[in-house]
Design a protein. Structure first.
Length: 365
C-alpha cells in the first residue's frame, strides 16, 4: 500500500494528528493509520487533507520530483538548509502548477531585460532601478503599495508561503517558465516587499546562475547581495523621493515622526529610509549608521507603525485558474488542488465567474 506523505507536511504546519483529524472530519486514529500506511484516504478525504495542509495532492502522493521542477530554484538564505526537502518539493510543485496554467492558456511569463552583473557597479544598479519602475508603470516617485499585483501583472509568479523565520524568500528561473519569487508569508509587509524586489534584482543581474540551481549561502560583503539590496532600496524609495522628503534635514538627525510618516506612505521600513538617506547623500554613511543603530537599539524586535498586509487582490494564479475552469481546460478538483481551497469553495466561486461571463450580463449594443 502506498504511503501518503502526510506527517512531514502536518509537522511543517505545526498540527497534531487530532487537530488535522478535526479539520478533515476523521479521528486521530484514522490520521495515524494513513501516516503509517495501514490504510489510504479516499479521494474526498485526500483533497480535504491537501487543502488543510495547503499541499497539492501530487505532493502528498509522492509524485513530485524536486530535481525535475520547471523552475531552477536558487536559494538565497543565510542558511539554505533551513528549507527542508518537503517544503522544496511543495513549492516546486506550486511553481509547476502555475507554469502549466500559463502554458495551457497561452500566457507568456515576463521579466525585465537581463543585465548580467558579476561585481557591484553603482551606475548599473541605479540605472536598472529606473528601468524597473518604468517596467512596472510607476514612474519615479509613486509608492508601490500594491507591489505584488504590479509584479504579477508583468508576468512574474509571486507565491507567499510560510517559511522558516530566518529565510526571507528565494527565487527561480527558466527560460520556458520565467521567474518565480517565493516570499515568507509570516514576515512584516515592508520586509516582504523588500524581499520581492531583492529577488527581482537577482533575476535581472544573476539570471544565468539559475541554470545550475544550488543552495547558495549568502556571504557578508557578497557583491551580488549588495547589488540586489541597493536595487531594492532604489526601486522602493527612489533618490528623487528621498531628496524631496528629507532635504531639510541634510546632515542632521532625521525626526522619528517623519521616518514613521514616510514609512506608512511608501511601505518601507524606517531602517530602509535611513539607509537610503545615506546612499542619496542626505546623510553621510556615518551619520546614517549612527541613527540606524540608535533606531535598532530603541526598537530591537519590531518598529512602530505596523503596516497592513498587502492589499487583498485577485491574484494572477486565481485569474488563470478560473479562466481554465471556464474554458474546461481543468477540473474543479484540479482547481481546488492548485489554489489550496475546498472543492465547494471552488464551485461557489466558479458560479460567480460564470455569472460574470453570462450573455445576459453583456451590455446591449
Amino acid at each position: 500500500m502506498k504511503n501518503v506523505k502526510i506527517k512531514q507536511y502536518r509537522d511543517h504546519r505545526g498540527l497534531s494528528q487530532e487537530q488535522l483529524g478535526i479539520r478533515v472530519g476523521v479521528t486521530r486514529q484514522t490520521i495515524a493509520s494513513w501516516e503509517n500506511g495501514d490504510t489510504m484516504p479516499d479521494l474526498s478525504q485526500l483533497l480535504n487533507v491537501a487543502v488543510s495542509l495547503q499541499v497539492p495532492v501530487s505532493v502528498l502522493l509522492g509524485e513530485d520530483q524536486y530535481d525535475q521542477a520547471p523552475a531552477g530554484l536558487l536559494f538565497r538564505a543565510d542558511d539554505p538548509t533551513t528549507l527542508t526537502s518537503a517544503v522544496r518539493a511543495l513549492l516546486s510543485q506550486k511553481a509547476a502548477d502555475y507554469s502549466s496554467l500559463e502554458h495551457l492558456l497561452g500566457e507568456a511569463p515576463g521579466l525585465p531585460e537581463s543585465r548580467p552583473l558579476d561585481a557591484y557597479d553603482d551606475y548599473t544598479v541605479y540605472d536598472t532601478a529606473v528601468t524597473v519602475r518604468d517596467w512596472l508603470g510607476m514612474g519615479n516617485a509613486s509608492p508601490l503599495r500594491d507591489l505584488f499585483t504590479l509584479l504579477e501583472n508583468r508576468g512574474l509568479k509571486i507565491i507567499l508561503h510560510e517559511l522558516p523565520t530566518e529565510l526571507s524568500g528565494f527565487s527561480g528561473y527558466t527560460e520556458e517558465s520565467g521567474g518565480i519569487i517565493v516570499i515568507n508569508a509570516t514576515h512584516p509587509t515592508e520586509r516582504q516587499y523588500l524581499t520581492a524586489v531583492h529577488e527581482l534584482g537577482h533575476l535581472i543581474f544573476h539570471r544565468r546562475e539559475y541554470a545550475n540551481a544550488q543552495a547558495v549561502k549568502a556571504k557578508r560583503g557578497d557583491p551580488r547581495e549588495m547589488a540586489a539590496n541597493r536595487l531594492a532600496g532604489a526601486v522602493m524609495l527612489p533618490d528623487a523621493v528621498v531628496r524631496a522628503e528629507l532635504h531639510p534635514y541634510k546632515d542632521r538627525w532625521i525626526p522619528e515622526p517623519l521616518l514613521l510618516d514616510i514609512k506608512q506612505r511608501y511601505w518601507v521600513s524606517m531602517q530602509m529610509i535611513l539607509l537610503r538617506a545615506g546612499q542619496a547623500g542626505i546623510l553621510t554613511e556615518k551619520q546614517a549608521g549612527i541613527q540606524f543603530g540608535a533606531l535598532k537599539k530603541k526598537y530591537p524586535t519590531e518598529e512602530p507603525g505596523k503596516l497592513p498586509p498587502a492589499p487583498k487582490r485577485l491574484g494572477r494564479l486565481e485569474r488563470l485558474t478560473y479562466r481554465a475552469l471556464i474554458d474546461e481546460e481543468i477540473t474543479t478538483s484540479r482547481a481546488a488542488e492548485i489554489l489550496g481551497i475546498p472543492l465547494a469553495e471552488v464551485r461557489d466561486e466558479l458560479r460567480n465567474w460564470m455569472d460574470r461571463e453570462s450573455p445576459q450580463n453583456d451590455l446591449a449594443v
